[in-house]
Design a protein around this ligand. Structure first.
Ligand code: NI
Length: 226
């Protein structure tokens, strides 16, 4: 399941973030890739302990926690601090599957990467190439969103970033451990949640709403782990 989250950051917030990112010192992205991924990775990354990564990352996580669409789609338990990357001059990240587990730096906590999220920080007309291409059980999806928009997709999917042949592509990406590990179960909950929201909007106070809402919570109780 791919879910697009429009306007996670406002135009003004993107502008601010971009100015800071453009002025920052970047390092070779291979320093943070696993052994297998390092062979196909050619981009730049903000060091994980860079103060800007913390400031911007905290803002993004704060925004996510107040974004109903993200909550409904991801059912987040833990979110890894967001990372930032930069592709230019043919920079690319070939087909790979992300590592399954990451530690939260400076803590004993580990996060299982059930869900990947990419937040676009460059507009599509600022660069050529750079599509995020995601393969899942329903086929191949090409994603290139306006700056400030994000895409949420299963961490288990094979994906790549195609070479950026003009301009610069800035993005943030991060992983979420979900309350519900199974993509299929999470999808069912998301569909049910959307249907309940739609019914609430179309028929406020409809008598079947309580029943559907109870089913939602009872399924979540069956399938969640904390
Ligand atoms: Ni990846």
């Amino acid at each position: 399941m791919l879910v697009q989250i429009p306007n996670l950051l406002s135009t003004e917030e993107v502008r601010e973030a971009r100015a800071a990112l453009e002025a920052a010192d970047w390092v070779d992205g291979r320093t943070t890739a696993g052994h297998q991924a390092a062979r196909v990775k050619a981009n730049l990354q903000l060091p994980l302990d860079h103060p800007l990564a913390r400031t911007l990352g905290d803002r993004i996580v704060d925004r996510l926690s107040r974004t109903p669409l993200f909550i409904a789609a991801a059912l987040p338990l833990r979110i890894l601090p967001p990372r930032f990357n930069r592709y230019e001059g043919g920079g690319t990240y070939g087909d790979h599957v992300d590592n399954a587990i990451f530690p939260i730096p400076g803590t004993p906590v580990r996060v299982r990467t059930d869900i990947s999220t990419t937040l676009f920080l460059s507009d599509p007309d600022e660069y050529d190439g750079g599509d995020l291409v995601i393969e899942d059980m329903f086929g191949t999806h090409r994603v290139k969103l306006p700056a400030g928009d994000a895409v949420v997709y299963p961490g288990s999917s094979l994906h790549r970033v195609e070479p950026v042949t003009r301009g610069v592509r800035f993005a943030s990406f991060f992983w979420t451990q979900s309350l519900v590990r199974s993509n299929e179960q999470r999808r069912i909950l998301f569909d049910l949640d959307c249907a309940i929201q739609q019914l609430t909007a179309d028929h406020p106070g409809h008598e079947t709403l309580d029943g559907f809402t109870a089913v939602y919570h009872n399924l979540l109780r069956q399938w969640s782990e904390t």
